[in-house]
Design a protein around this ligand. Structure first.
Ligand SMILES: [Zn+2]
Ligand SMILES: [Zn+2]
Length: 245
């Protein structure tokens, strides 16, 4: 080994010893650039054969990918045109998303988006723009950041899709959706958004952290459709199972 290579290897060793990459699930030391050890990675489970409308497992799908929409959505479709929220909201994934929402764990947005980006990259056609679900000003001041914006910012740079943070606005402060039933969520969020586009879009992806009942996504889809956006996709990192939008 040449002197220069020994020096480079030594410096990489020292950097790692001083600042090792640790698994976000169990703090096990990792190779640089990794976020999860193999064991924790396995627990980050994604929805198998998801329905392209609700993101829940589509039991009527087959390996050739025919029947992309589940029977429930065929009967009672949501307002949006496509939904991608790959991760099942459980275990370590759930813990990390809670940290991201409530304790400024912004590096977690990067770790999860890096892990899930291929699900968004292979969707065709790609949307013209990413619109993060906005927080009301009061909540933004309170929390100091919007986790949906952080995720959208990372996906925008990974996928090279423009990010627009001005067009979709939250015009009404609403009670937190956590703990509310599906019908109460729907009422709570009614009329909470406005759309004042900076540009003319026909195909957008609305980005959020978690899709729960889909009531926020439905309300935003209504607002966007009224303004002429015909193709609304909902992009989240994780899907809560057992609740249909
Ligand atoms: Zn681990
Ligand atoms: Zn479905």
């Amino acid at each position: 080994m040449s002197g220069r290579r020994i020096q480079a290897a030594l410096s990489a060793f020292i950097t790692r010893a001083l600042d090792p990459a640790l698994c976000l699930g169990c703090a096990h030391v990792l190779e640089p650039g990794q976020y999860f050890c193999d064991a924790c990675g396995l627990t980050l489970e994604c929805v198998p054969q998801p329905c392209t409308l609700c993101g829940l497992e589509n039991h009527s799908s087959d390996p050739r990918g025919s029947n992309p929409v589940c029977a429930r959505c065929l009967y009672d479709p949501p307002r949006w045109q496509k939904l991608i929220a790959p991760l099942i909201y459980q275990g370590i994934g759930r813990d990390l998303l809670i940290q991201l929402k409530f304790s400024e764990g912004l590096h977690l947005a990067n770790a999860l988006a890096t892990r899930l980006v291929e699900y968004f990259r292979r969707s065709r056609p790609q949307p013209e723009v990413l619109l993060p679900v906005p927080l009301h000003r009061e909540r933004l001041l309170d929390r100091g950041y919007n986790q949906a914006f952080e995720i959208a910012r990372i996906l925008s740079s990974m996928l090279d899709i423009p990010l627009d943070t001005r067009s979709l606005l939250r015009i009404r402060h609403t009670e937190s959706q956590s703990g509310l039933s599906a019908s109460k969520r729907e009422k709570n969020i009614l009329g909470a958004f406005a759309y004042e586009p900076a540009d003319v879009y026909t195909h957008v992806a609305v980005v959020d952290d978690i899709v729960t009942t889909g009531s926020t996504a439905n309300e935003i889809s209504k607002t966007l459709h009224r303004a002429g956006v015909s193709n609304v996709e909902i992009w989240g990192l994780a899907r809560v199972l057992g609740i249909k939008g």
